[in-house]
Design a protein around this ligand. Structure first.
Ligand code: FEO
Length: 394
């Protein structure tokens, strides 16, 4: 990707990772980008770097604008390696003692991680930095999504450099919202569900604070995916909605199956839910990535989970999905457990325990069917589904 001037004297200089398909367990079917930004003012400022291995492309991009050695200041909005992995090489190239601005937690994280004696400047929340004709303001955004995370805001241009927030894993030459179009919202939603959902209360609080202080935002530049220049309000509005975790009239039936019996149950339960006028779909775990399942969980009111019993336990893929789900702390859900079994059928109560641990409102009793569901069994699944659908409608 060539550098692009996104505002006068401000450039996007990051790189595209076209081929990444697994980002620490998150499926990135569209690839991603590691965005970095260069501000050329009286001081030359680099905001964030890139993942290790992409430093040459970053330096090449910067060289097309200015000699990288002329960079005066580096800002690290976030320590995670997809943005800081390139720091050692960049700092070495531009001069190890150039100032490196970060949050207080950033200082702790960067120094622990890299064990380098860089010229750190840990900033206070709200601190300003004059770089000539512009003033940069640092806004602490702890736990969005790391303890060190912060935003950098350029007052004069009303541009927010938002680190991971408002990002999407998307690789493409269409680097602005108005060029890529509405389809990007699906990736933004997936990103929220898998990265930011556990921090929804903090996200909401931050968005309220941004509104309270009247921060004018003309453009949002996240560290992944497209830049929101046409309608930054649209992604802010979506974040408000997602962080409130107000579910839609929607259910998902997430299951795995050994010999298709739990699958038959899942489809019959989905039929029953649908009969109550609720939008629903069965999701077979081994045909879907856990990160896509979480995107569906984000706005679902009912999360119905089915598992066969294997060796007196839950089917391993169901366990994987529930472990991942629990870590992302979904809220305001109805839960229900079901499954077919051969001998003992422990999995259903184990699934229920996991749903309870997430504080879901459980539809009782669980539905267990031994061996293959017959007509009567299928009818009980449809009834179970109806009961779930009615609860969604309440
Ligand atoms: Fe894109 Fe949290 O790093």
């Amino acid at each position: 990707m060539k550098p692009v001037e996104i505002a006068k004297g401000i450039y996007s200089v990051g790189v595209i990772d076209w081929n990444i398909r697994d980002f620490h367990g998150y499926s990135t079917e569209k690839g991603t980008s590691y965005n970095a930004f260069l501000i050329v003012d009286e001081k030359v400022v680099l905001i964030d770097t890139v993942k290790k291995g992409y430093e040459d492309q970053l330096l090449d991009n910067i060289s097309q604008i200015i000699d990288p050695k002329k960079i005066d200041i580096v800002i690290s909005n976030h320590t995670e390696m997809d943005h800081s992995g390139g720091l050692p090489r960049i700092m070495h190239f531009i001069g190890e003692q150039k100032p490196l601005y970060c949050s207080k937690m950033g200082l702790k994280n960067l120094s622990q991680h890299f064990k380098q004696q860089w010229n750190y400047h840990a900033v206070e929340n709200g601190e300003d930095l004059n770089i000539g004709s512009r003033t940069l303001t640092f806004l602490e955004t702890r736990m969005l999504h790391w303890p060190d995370s912060m935003f950098t805001y350029v007052k004069e241009d009303e541009i927010l450099f938002s680190s991971d927030a408002f990002g999407q894993h998307y690789a493409g030459y269409e680097m602005f919202d108005d060029v890529v179009g509405h389809t990007i919202m699906a990736q933004a939603k997936k990103y929220y569900a898998n990265i930011l959902m556990p921090y929804s209360p903090k996200t909401l609080k931050l968005l309220e604070h941004v509104q309270e202080i009247g921060l004018k935002i003309k453009m949002i530049c996240p560290d992944h995916g497209v830049i929101w220049r046409k309608d930054p309000g649209k992604i802010i509005e979506a974040y408000v909605k997602w962080s409130q975790q107000i579910p839609e009239k929607k259910a998902i039936v997430v299951y795995d199956t050994m010999w298709h019996s739990t699958e038959k149950m899942a489809e019959a339960i989905a039929d029953g839910i649908s009969k109550e006028g609720v939008s629903v779909k069965p999701i077979h775990i081994r045909s879907s990535h856990r990160s896509d399942i979480m995107t569906e969980v984000l706005d679902a009111k009912a999360v119905v989970v089915g598992s066969p019993t294997l060796n007196n336990g839950m089917f391993p893929t169901v366990s994987d999905t529930l472990t991942y789900m629990k870590g992302l702390k979904p809220k305001n859900k109805i839960g229900a457990a079901f499954g077919s079994y051969g001998w003992s059928g422990e999995s259903i109560k184990l699934v229920k325990a996991e749903l309870e641990a997430m504080k879901f409102d459980i539809i009782e009793p669980n539905l267990r069917i031994q061996y293959v569901p017959d007509d009567e069994g299928i009818e009980s699944c449809v009834e179970f589904g109806r009961k779930i659908g009615q609860a969604v409608n309440e």
